[in-house]
Ligand binder design. Structure first.
Ligand SMILES: Cc1cc2nc3c(=O)[nH]c(=O)nc-3n(C[C@H](O)[C@H](O)[C@H](O)COP(=O)(O)O)c2cc1C
Length: 201
């Protein structure tokens, strides 16, 4: 994409994507380039979703992820109650939905997924849902570190399952085919980059 181009107006995929199981040893590659993710969680019939740019892979085996989740976020209350969450990696095509998930307060909504124009799908191993139309999904169980969570809003989790849309990630490698499939990288104030072209060192 030309750097002067703005990402085009997004539409959520209307047909469900296939999901390829990703080897847990390679699950970190789904986030290694720092995309903004959607964090979803569920507890006792309530489920919610928020955007999180502050996330990173932490370890290979077992694979772990870290994510910052503010105390005000309703998603955090559901994570605290369930000990589980899913990180979904959204494409440029979900730009507006990501901004909505990062702006609306789920505590005040009956269904934040619907309010954001997002659809939930059942995950394996956890009650937290996947977000449909995303490129990849990391199913996570919290590794309790209450002091870190209290002081820095920092959550560590083990990745217990990982999935990717085989159109963009297979055999441990990303192969993004068109602009709407690029990942989003939040800078600040609603400004994002889209993942650039691959370069092999
Ligand atoms: C692009 C983007 C990235 C964000 N990244 C984070 C983050 O890393 N951590 C965080 O706690 N909040 C982050 N936020 C803010 C939350 O997504 C926001 O407070 C959200 O409304 C919380 O929703 P909830 O209360 O329904 O859980 C981000 C917002 C946007 C738009």
């Amino acid at each position: 994409m030309n750097s002067n181009d703005r990402p085009s107006a997004p539409q959520a995929a209307s047909t469900p994507v296939q999901r390829l199981a990703v080897d847990l040893a390679k699950a970190y590659r789904l986030l290694n380039h720092g995309p903004t993710v959607l964090v979803s969680a569920a507890h006792k019939g309530r489920c919610n979703v928020m955007a999180a740019a502050w996330n990173m892979p932490l370890d290979f085996n077992p694979p772990k992820e870290a994510v910052v989740i503010d105390k005000q976020a309703y998603t955090r209350a559901l994570i605290d109650a369930s000990g589980e969450f899913v990180l979904s990696v959204p494409p440029v095509a979900l730009l507006h939905q990501v901004v909505a998930a990062g702006s609306l307060a789920g505590r005040d909504l009956d269904d934040k997924f619907e309010a954001c124009g997002l659809r939930a799908a059942a995950a394996s191993k956890v009650s937290a849902p996947l977000v449909e139309g995303c490129l990849a999904w990391l199913v996570c169980r919290v590794l309790p570190e209450p002091a870190m969570a209290e002081r820095n809003d920092h959550f560590l989790a083990e990745v217990v399952a990982a999935w990717a849309d085989p159109a963009v990630f297979s055999e441990g490698r990303w192969h993004i085919g068109h602009d709407a499939q690029r990942c989003l990288h939040h800078v600040a104030g609603g400004a994002f980059f889209a993942t650039g072209d691959p370069i092999q060192a």
